[in-house]
Design a protein around this ligand. Structure first.
Ligand SMILES: Nc1ncnc2c1ncn2[C@@H]1O[C@H](COP(=O)(O)OP(=O)(O)O)[C@@H](O)[C@H]1O
Ligand SMILES: [Mg+2]
Length: 226
């Protein structure tokens, strides 16, 4: 398992690294060749930055796995509004949603205040939304934030490839994936990390799905973790 993982991780890291290197080489050529048009400068820099962001996410995931596995995930709970956290995440994904062709509907009731680690919650929601975009087949995505008594929840529904019943528990395990690596890149860590963070808040993540019919992930949290 370890050798296989190293090989997958190596490939995943190399893809954005290659993109970054290529953009930097093109920029270097522009620099040494003053006659070359600089019209493509913004695009080159933009691509270099997005490859860098992808690398950063992969490395952060790897470090998080090590941190969580060794019991070093320390939460820093503070009063925050779940609706606000979700809105921030969705703003950040607006470009990716557009590129994927997914329209988004978002609804949040009035206040959904609780005590949570805001940065970690952001990470959980980001992972689930990133999956909805990646596996959502360009179809609409619905995000709903709700509060019921002492609990708050976020549900993220896509209408993409869905998950077979036999895979539904497995995808929350480390490195487990239910898609071919030829079609979809990824390390199989996002849901494991998200689930560990939610468990640390005494919450849970549920998934409801049919193969080919999309998936709904529900993050359910007590408003104040014990
Ligand atoms: N919204 C979704 N629709 C269909 N399958 C999904 C969805 N989210 C997660 N999965 C499945 O769960 C697996 C694990 O997800 P994740 O841990 O985020 O890893 P990764 O996205 O890197 O593969 C994915 O490889 C995919 O098979
Ligand atoms: Mg993922």
């Amino acid at each position: 398992v370890r050798d296989e993982f190293l090989s997958i991780a190596g490939h995943e890291l190399r893809t954005p690294l290659t993109a970054l290197k290529m953009q930097l080489q093109l920029l270097e050529r522009m620099l040494h060749n003053p006659q070359l048009s600089t019209a493509q400068l913004p695009e080159r820099v933009g691509r270099a930055l997005s490859a860098t962001a992808r690398l950063e996410r992969l490395v952060t995931d790897l470090l998080d796995v090590a941190r969580i596995a060794s019991g070093r995930l320390a939460l820093e709970p503070e009063a925050c509004d779940l609706g606000d956290v979700v809105r921030e995440v969705l703003d950040r994904f607006s470009e990716a949603l557009g590129v994927a062709g997914c329209t988004l509907s978002f609804s949040a009731g009035s206040a959904s205040v609780g005590r949570w680690d805001r940065a970690r919650l952001d990470q959980v929601i980001s992972n689930i939304v990133a999956n909805a975009i990646k596996y959502g087949a360009g179809r609409p995505i619905d995000v709903v934030v709700g509060v019921a008594g002492e609990r708050a929840s976020v549900s993220v529904r896509d209408r993409g490839i869905g998950i077979a019943e036999a895979d539904r528990w497995r995808i929350f395990e480390r490195f487990e994936r239910a898609v071919s690596e030829r079609h979809y890149g990824g390390l199989g860590l996002g849901l494991w990390i998200a689930n560990q963070i939610v468990l640390a808040h005494d919450g849970c993540i549920r998934v409801d799905s049919q193969l080919g019919q999309g998936a709904t992930f529900v993050i359910d949290l007590p408003r104040s973790a014990s």
